[in-house]
Write a protein that binds this ligand. Structure first.
Ligand code: LLP
Length: 429
């Protein structure tokens, strides 16, 4: 069940009244519809048309909540992790090590040891993001006495220009991510020469919030061309998969985005065209699996009306949802009770309580008589995971919905506990 209003104008997510959730859990609160998350994973998996060995490696950074990760694991997803901590979450949520890949430009030895040492053979692959990293990963595999799977993340050298926000474009020449295309051959040779490393994959990730398939397909072609050339010269014989990354965009209310399945179909078509159909295709979506299935609930604290603007001050701030402050992102703000009648709405500038000018969710059409509670939409991805305790703010709670009811929620840590911990910092009192 999607986000919908009932006959009385009450907003529901997954069949649960959000006003009831706000009353019970307090605000700010993230609410996630686990059934809709599972459905989005199934829809994406179906796009592979049963291709052998494919993997939807869910980018755990988008939402690390156990119920979300477990739901996606049960729907057949693996995991793409970027830290030792995310690896532990994925494992604790039942993702099998051979369905986990690990990306990141600066993995510590301890993190590598965790990835190499788990299970019978370690995780599926550590994604190498620089030539320099190869010797470091090899040293840890040698220390573990294991031959270990690695994948080379190639920087496809695609400038996303106007396609997405500069902060979330990763596949261009100046990005810190990935092995430069011209260094890829050398990286393959170095891996091939090591008795401890086995090259199982070649991958890329061009950036995030791509609303059309064009740049993704262009980058995939660049990767496939490279893989085809390497194989033609007798290299990279041990490859098992190609990984075209994540980045499938969502509609934040500004217009439709291509469905995740379309990205997969387009990448599969290119893969076949390049004669690489014997390899499995891996993708690494985060946002597209969950953004639309989560909302952030907030209460209106007060208004402020001046000549310059009409502010609606809510109890959720940039510490709870930083995307507007960091990327000028827009999340629609809607009342929990009563649909907005455009003829009677007013533009309210919705802001949080944090002492920063950027703690601003933008102007939204809301009733002239402001609602008591609002929901910020499409907040399931990169919401809670990027939250902080700036200004001594409590972290928001998370509420999980499934089968038409609330199935669990987290507890809010008290401000007293935070004050005490800060006051005693360093053990100096
Ligand atoms: N794989 C790699 C290697 C990545 O770096 C990322 C995201 C993903 C997969 C998943 O991308 P997605 O499918 O979610 O677009 N905090 C930002 C997004 C940062 C994305 C970082 N990397 C935001 O809120 O828009």
């Amino acid at each position: 069940m999607p986000l919908e209003r009932d006959a009385q104008g009450q907003l529901h997510l997954g069949g649960v009244s959000l006003s009831a959730v706000a009353a019970d859990a307090g605000t700010p609160a993230y609410v996630y519809d686990l059934d809709a998350v599972a459905a989005s994973a199934h829809a994406l998996t179906a796009a592979f048309d049963g291709a052998a060995g494919h993997l939807v490696a869910y980018a755990v950074k988008a939402n690390t909540a156990g119920p979300v990760v477990r739901t996606l694991a049960a729907a057949g997803c693996g995991a793409d992790v970027v830290s030792g901590a995310e690896l532990l979450v994925a494992l604790a949520c039942g993702v099998s090590p051979d369905r986990i890949i690990y990306s990141g430009v600066a993995k510590t030895d301890r993190e590598l040891d965790g990835a190499i040492g788990v299970g019978q053979r370690g995780i599926r692959a550590v994604q190498l993001e620089s030539v320099e990293e190869i010797a470091r990963v090899e040293a840890r595999a040698r220390a573990a006495g294991r031959r270990f799977g690695v994948s080379i993340r190639v920087n496809p050298s695609v400038d996303l220009g106007e396609v997405t926000h500069a902060h979330i474009a990763t596949g261009h020449d100046e990005a810190k991510f990935g092995v430069a295309r011209e260094d890829a051959g050398r990286a393959v040779e170095l891996v091939g020469a090591s008795p401890y490393l086995e090259l199982v994959g070649m991958g890329m990730h061009v950036g995030s919030q791509l609303r059309e398939t064009g740049a993704y397909v262009e980058a995939a072609r660049s990767l496939f061309e490279l893989v085809r050339a390497l194989r033609a010269s007798g290299k990279a014989r041990s490859l098992v998969f190609v990984d075209t990354g994540g980045g499938f965009g969502v509609d934040y209310g500004t217009g439709p985005a291509a469905a995740p399945a379309e990205f997969v179909r387009a990448a599969r078509a290119e893969q076949r065209a390049f004669g690489l159909d014997d390899l499995a295709l891996y993708v690494e979506p985060g946002r597209s699996l969950i953004a639309a299935h989560g909302v952030l609930l907030a209460r209106v604290i007060q208004t402020k009306v001046a000549d310059a603007a009409r502010w609606l001050m809510i109890d959720a701030g940039m510490n709870d949802l930083i995307r507007p402050a960091l990327y000028q992102a827009r999340h629609r703000v809607v009342p929990l009770r009563g649909a907005v009648d455009p003829a009677r709405s007013r533009g309210w500038r919705v802001v949080g309580p944090v002492c920063e000018s950027s703690d601003d969710f933008g102007e939204h059409p809301l009733p002239a008589e402001p609602p008591a509670e609002v929901a910020l939409l499409d907040a399931g991805a990169y919401g809670y995971t990027m939250a902080s305790r700036y200004n001594g703010r409590q972290l928001p709670v998370e509420v999980f919905v499934s089968g038409g009811g609330v199935v669990g929620r987290t507890e809010r840590v008290s401000i007293e506990a935070w004050a005490e911990e800060r006051a005693r910092a360093g053990g100096i009192t």
